[in-house]
Design a protein around this ligand. Structure first.
Ligand SMILES: Cc1cn([C@H]2C[C@H](O)[C@@H](COP(=O)(O)OP(=O)(O)O[C@H]3O[C@@H](C)C(=O)[C@@H](O)[C@H]3O)O2)c(=O)[nH]c1=O
Length: 185
């Protein structure tokens, strides 16, 4: 397993060791002890799977309270994945880290609690799997505007397909401080 720091402290790109043989390949998608050594949560409590067509953009989402850490990987297709530091008082507040995740590169992106997350599908379709460190808590989720000019994310799609919730999202500066997580160092 190989891990790389990204442009945001705590956000990690993980390349699991792949064991290939004549039958195909095998890899561990999560191993509690090994991933704990990387500083990932020892306990994920929910696994999610979503399917989307090319050009769909889901995000940028976060929950607060009940902030979720997420371990994301792609089972089919390819996505452009984005993390945004939205922790009030963080030295990297408003900064982003991006990664191309695909079924072929088998990369995983770890986004700690306190960050917003989103992705855009760049293949014909994509199956995205992710583990979460907190349960889904309806009413505490929020949508940060995908094309907030202050974030300046260079999305691969200029006119993505969005949910109604994401079309009504707010730019980061419009969120009251109490709706955002706080940086604890
Ligand atoms: C996220 C989620 C949604 N749902 C339901 C609510 C709703 O009826 C339906 C679709 O929900 P959404 O439109 O919020 O799904 P989606 O836009 O895919 O939301 C997800 O986006 C990515 C980027 C994330 O990081 C996730 O945490 C989550 O916010 O699924 C659950 O039951 N459990 C969950 O954990």
């Amino acid at each position: 397993m190989h891990t790389t720091e990204t442009t945001l402290p705590g956000v990690r790109l993980i390349e699991p060791t792949v064991f290939g043989d004549e039958r195909g390949f095998f890899l561990e998608t999560w191993h509690q002890a090994r991933y704990a050594e990387l500083g990932l949560p020892e306990c994920f409590v929910q696994d999610n799977l979503s399917y989307s067509r090319r050009g769909v953009l889901r995000g940028l989402h976060f929950q607060h309270p009940h902030d979720q850490g997420k371990l994301i990987y792609v089972l089919q297709g390819e996505v452009f994945d984005v993390a945004v530091d939205i922790r009030v008082g963080s030295p990297s507040f408003g900064r982003t880290a991006v990664a191309v995740l695909s079924a072929d590169n088998r990369r995983q992106f770890y986004i700690p609690p306190g960050f917003a997350h989103g992705y855009c599908v760049t293949s014909e379709s994509a199956l995205v799997a992710y583990k979460c460190s907190e349960f889904y808590a309806p009413g505490t989720e929020a949508s940060l505007l995908w094309n907030d000019p202050d974030l300046a994310i260079d999305w691969p799609e200029r006119a993505p397909e969005l949910s109604a919730k994401d079309r009504a999202a707010l730019p980061l500066h419009a969120f009251p401080r109490e709706r955002l997580p706080v940086y604890v160092g």
